[in-house]
Design a protein around this ligand. Sequence first.
Ligand SMILES: Nc1ncnc2c1ncn2[C@@H]1O[C@H](COP(=O)(O)OP(=O)(O)O)[C@@H](O)[C@H]1O
Ligand SMILES: [Mg+2]
Length: 241
Amino acid sequence: MSLEARHLAIAYGDATAVWDASLEVADAEIVSVIGPNGAGKTTLINAIAGLLRWRQGELRFDGIDLATVAAHQICRHGIALVPEGRRLFGHMSVEENLDIGCYRSEARRARKASLDHVYERFPILRDRRRQIAGSLSGGQQQMLAIGRALMARPRLLLLDEPSLGLAPAVVDGMFEIIRTIHDEGVAILIVEQNVMKALSIADRAYVLEEGRIIASGSPAALLAESHIQQAYLGVSDGRES
Ligand SMILES: Nc1ncnc2c1ncn2[C@@H]1O[C@H](COP(=O)(O)OP(=O)(O)O)[C@@H](O)[C@H]1O
Ligand SMILES: [Mg+2]
């Protein structure tokens, strides 16, 4: 598994949201992209998931140029997205929501095994499989959104703000789940506003601001940068104002 984005530019009509973004996810890595609201995190991850086309640059997965892959085929190559805000069908049952994630033909054949796999990871979803998704708690809905992505048996899991709207204790559990999925051999790309959480789980991270990658490196190196401390961690620079 390898993902390589080179000099990507992504726009909505005339409005460019991402300029010249380059990033990599190697096998067995957890990579985080942090940045404030409006930085372009969702735009970038949606392009990788095949939901948006890029204007310039190159996106390769296992060496394959993703520009040559139709949007609905991206999942076949082993990339699955847990979208921002989860995007569940609230009036459909838990199991019906999981079935929506099972769209690769190979994955569909493996439906039973994949369902068992997801239910073993999230026993609460098995208990509630006939309940409508909208009746679940926020944390359970995020589990369902992750479970739906896992139904496609991805090799790269993309997570857009998995902590959004969750209580701190629930966020901790969610990040533990993400680590377990990684430990079973799935590479992970997370975009997050929750900087400490996103850095604490990552092998490497990128900082995206106003559509540009302005820094990258190990979490420890990024945490030592004064810009990161001031902009994200509320640490003052020590100068009198
Ligand atoms: N569908 C859209 N149409 C036009 N502009 C958009 C759309 N989605 C996002 N944008 C703009 O693109 C920029 C990046 O947004 P987004 O990728 O959602 O940022 P983030 O996920 O980091 O909060 C913002 O300026 C936002 O207003
Ligand atoms: Mg976003």
